[in-house]
Ligand binder design. Structure first.
Ligand code: ATP
Length: 391
């Protein structure tokens, strides 16, 4: 088992940088997730770590050695990619036994590992079939099994659950986390699905356009995003954003927006380097725009709004409202009975307001006081509702 360090790593194809100056440490035994939109450089970063692509500049460390020039086979890494790459002429059992066979591991040990891994992945009944006799999801589980049969220094996983149906994906997420907790092998996992990232990662590295935007715990990314990109990428439904004006020269800073004035909450002070007065981008998550009659009394700012679209989800209702010229998504309770065209009041607690610099998109408020001090890693099912449901 080993930690990983990207040190000023660049990957340039032709004259286009697709990974720009990536510096990041993955602790020994950590489960780190790379997340970001399609084409942001996640897979390229993983391929460089695997030895399938060489960095154009910079160094990659595995444990205490630089591995830039080491071929993949010398890195003691197990990889699972979206494409399964199973041997078509071999049964599942032989596919699983292939790696240990090449490494000349004892046969009895391999047989036992195959039984364990097959049991964990629910593929025991498939061991004597060939890949052509399996569904896409079953093949993907076999591909996972091939990686899990080893105890390498490092696991690399690139969208390994993407071909599974929603229920199996949730089950496999929990299973992978359980296996990680059991073996504590350093794992770098790539996904474009922010819910998958939030529910699996001990820390998450958010990338956009080849640039690492922020690396932090799921809770910190959600509560205290450093940039507008992170704020709008993490959380489902997406954060509402609109323009406002900040006034901070007197004792009680405020932001004027949505036709009213919000006092800035004492828990979320302006960052020391934030410009004092002027235009800002205001962000509020849909879960924090509440129906005033259902909101707790400390939701002190109440705004009149007209209901546009009502999306009942069962236990809750997502409602698109117009507050003046601004369109907002709000979360109302299930069975709220509201209808399009109706006028209602929505309530926003000032401590749920985020502010960003309209030029740099950097966060202007220090919301770190809202992040639980010792964020513990909880099972996916428990975190699911906080960050929204999976795509
Ligand atoms: P996805 O979620 O769609 O897999 P990603 O974040 O993993 O996306 P990468 O596969 O790392 O993105 O690709 C990053 C960028 O690099 C993309 O614009 C891609 O087109 C480009 N790219 C990747 N490989 C090559 C290559 N061999 N030659 C030229 N450009 C490449």
């Amino acid at each position: 088992m080993a930690g990983v360090r990207f040190e000023g790593v660049w990957k340039v194809f032709g004259s286009t940088p697709v990974v720009s100056n990536l510096s990041l440490d993955v602790e020994e035994g950590e489960f780190l997730v790379f997340v970001g939109p399609s084409g942001c450089g996640k897979t390229t970063s993983l391929r460089m770590l695997a030895g399938l692509d060489r960095p154009t500049y910079g160094r990659i460390w595995l444990g205490d050695r630089v591995v830039n020039n080491d071929p993949p086979g010398e890195r003691d890494i197990s990889m699972v990619f979206q494409s399964y790459a199973l041997y078509p002429h071999m049964t599942v059992r032989r596919n699983l036994a292939f790696g240990p066979g090449v490494r000349r591991e004892p046969r009895a040990q391999t047989r036992q590992r195959i039984e364990e891994v097959a049991e964990t992945l629910g593929i025991t009944s498939l061991l004597d079939r060939r890949p052509s006799e399996l569904s896409g999801g079953q093949r993907q589980r076999v591909a996972l099994g091939r990686a899990l049969i080893r105890r390498p220094q490092l696991f690399l996983m690139d969208e390994p659950l993407s071909n599974l149906d929603a229920a199996l994906r949730v089950q496999m997420r929990a299973e992978l986390i359980r296996l990680h907790q059991l073996f504590e092998i350093t794992t770098v996992y790539v996904t474009h699905d922010q819910v998958e990232a939030m529910t699996m990662g001990e820390r998450i590295a958010v990338m956009n356009d080849g640039v690492l935007q922020q690396v932090d715990s799921p809770e910190a990314l959600y509560e205290n995003p450093a940039h507008l990109f992170v704020a709008t990428f993490i959380g489902s439904p997406k954060m509402n954003t609109f323009s406002g004006t900040c006034t901070s020269h007197d004792a009680s800073p405020t932001v004027r927006c949505l036709g009213t004035t919000f006092p800035l909450a004492p828990e979320t002070p302006l960052r020391g380097d934030a410009p004092t007065d002027g235009p800002v981008i205001v962000g509020v998550r849909p879960v924090d725009v509440r129906w005033a009659r259902e909101a707790p009394a400390d939701c002190s700012v109440v705004i009149p709004a007209r209901i546009d679209i009502v999306e009942p989800m069962g236990s809750e209702t997502y409602v698109t409202v117009k507050a003046g010229d601004t369109t907002l998504m709000a979360r109302f309770p299930g069975r709220s009975g509201v209808r399009s065209g109706e006028t209602v009041e929505v309530a926003i607690d000032p401590k749920n307001v985020y502010l960003f610099d309209p030029k740099s998109n950097a966060a202007l408020l220090d919301r770190s006081g809202l992040v639980a001090p010792s964020s513990t890693w909880t099972a996916p099912a428990e975190q699911h509702s906080l960050y929204g449901s999976s795509a």
